[in-house]
Design a protein around this ligand. Structure first.
Ligand code: GLY
Length: 384
């Protein structure tokens, strides 16, 4: 970590939260009934149907803006989006994948926690049920993509750690232990296979469909199979903190420390990661969203460790957020909050569809706002 990088001050947090909340408000006329696309085009979000894995993040921003401002205009829009998400899960529109947590935690479990809206609760429970249909007994994991049991997709991805809180929430709400049991199994499979010896992470990981044995890691969105995709590493940081909160397995503290140290040591001078951690300087695009995710992960873990450790984690998070507000926070000319993120950059060595390179991405905006809110209001309880 670069000692000279400044921490964000409380008055700067307040200033940037004000800007961010106003930007969410300004986007409401276009996006109360419609969703934002997963990524912007020239920093402007096209509107989209509610059929992407990212459709929970815009409602999530609306709820964070409501928590911050208490302005009923946000509650009104957030509840319309919850109805929209309830209709989606009832009709099973584009939900044949594992991302039920990304979709329903920041949106509907948030709406339920904040307002007690029964429709939001029902939507989140139906989403948790849908997630259970993705569980593979052989190997013990939630299959990320594709038809269940397809040999070329018999794998899970590191991102899925962020889908598990929906399942822990569903067990707490319904009393049915199955959700949490399967989340625990998936977490243990991730712990066993996804972290490399050098503390970087595999993006996707294949399991043997006959024996359930681990097979190999492979990237989809990273530079190549040996590199560490910045956002995968970021999901591992926040995911490890959350897994520790729910499982209390101390191995997750160790993993958190390892993957965090790797992420931090691969940051360039200004502390905003390149899209893959193989790059530490030069002209490659950044993925500012990974910086925001890691800041949230550090702040989450700071609630779970002793005072001294907590202080160090908060200090690092403040540096990461200061870095984002210096040159990456949008102040005008876009409906995003955070500039210079990367969804998927194609290389000769990966398998992704190229989209959203050096753009705003809806989860980048969400986690940037969550990080600011966590710093401003430490008593805020995450919905993850
Ligand atoms: N979970 C997909 C991504 O982070 O791009």
């Amino acid at each position: 970590m670069h000692e000279a990088n400044p921490e964000i001050t409380s008055s700067q947090v307040f200033r940037y939260l004000e800007i961010a909340a106003e930007r969410v408000r300004a986007a409401l006329p276009r996006f109360t009934y419609r969703m934002q696309n997963h990524s912007s085009i020239n920093n402007i979000y096209p509107d989209a149907d509610n059929d992407q894995w990212t459709s929970g993040f815009w409602p999530g921003q609306i709820w964070l803006a409501y928590v911050y401002t208490n302005d009923p205009v946000f509650k009104y829009a957030g509840l319309i989006q919850s109805e929209n998400l309830l209709a989606r899960i009832k009709a099973k529109v584009a939900v044949d994948h594992h991302d039920m947590g990304f979709l329903y935690t920041p949106s509907c479990t948030a709406a339920w926690a904040i307002t007690g809206d029964e429709g939001a609760r029902e939507a989140a429970i139906l989403a948790a049920d849908q997630m259970l249909t993705r569980f593979q007994e052989k190997g013990g994991f939630f299959q990320a993509w594709g038809p269940m049991g397809a040999p070329d997709n018999y794998r899970y991805i590191i991102d899925c750690l962020m889908n598990l809180p929906l399942l822990y929430w569903a067990t707490k709400e319904t009393g049915n232990p199955e959700y949490a049991e399967k989340a625990n199994i998936h977490a243990a499979t991730t712990l066993a296979n996804s972290i490399r010896d050098d503390d970087s992470t595999h993006h996707t990981f294949y399991m043997n469909m006959e024996t359930g044995e681990p097979v190999r890691g492979e990237t989809c969105q990273g530079y190549d199979n040996n590199s560490s995709w910045a956002r995968g590493q970021a999901w591992a940081v926040y995911g490890a903190a959350i897994a520790y909160r729910y499982t209390k397995d101390p191995k997750w503290i160790d993993v958190f420390n390892r993957v965090t140290a790797y992420f931090l040591k691969r940051l360039p001078e200004d502390l905003v990661p390149y899209w893959d951690l193989i790059f530490t300087s030069g002209d490659e695009p950044r993925d500012s969203s990974s910086g925001a995710i890691v800041a949230c992960g550090l702040l989450e873990m700071s609630e779970l460790v002793d005072k001294e450790e907590s202080k160090a984690l908060k200090s690092t998070a403040r540096k990461l957020v200061a870095a984002l507000t210096t040159g990456y926070a949008a102040t005008g000319g876009t409906d995003g909050l955070l500039l210079h993120s990367t969804y998927s950059k194609k290389t000769p060595y990966n398998t992704c569809t190229p989209e959203g390179v050096d753009e705003c991405v809806t989860w980048g905006d969400y986690f940037y706002l969550e990080a600011l809110l966590r710093l401003h209001k430490p008593e805020w309880k995450p919905y993850w």
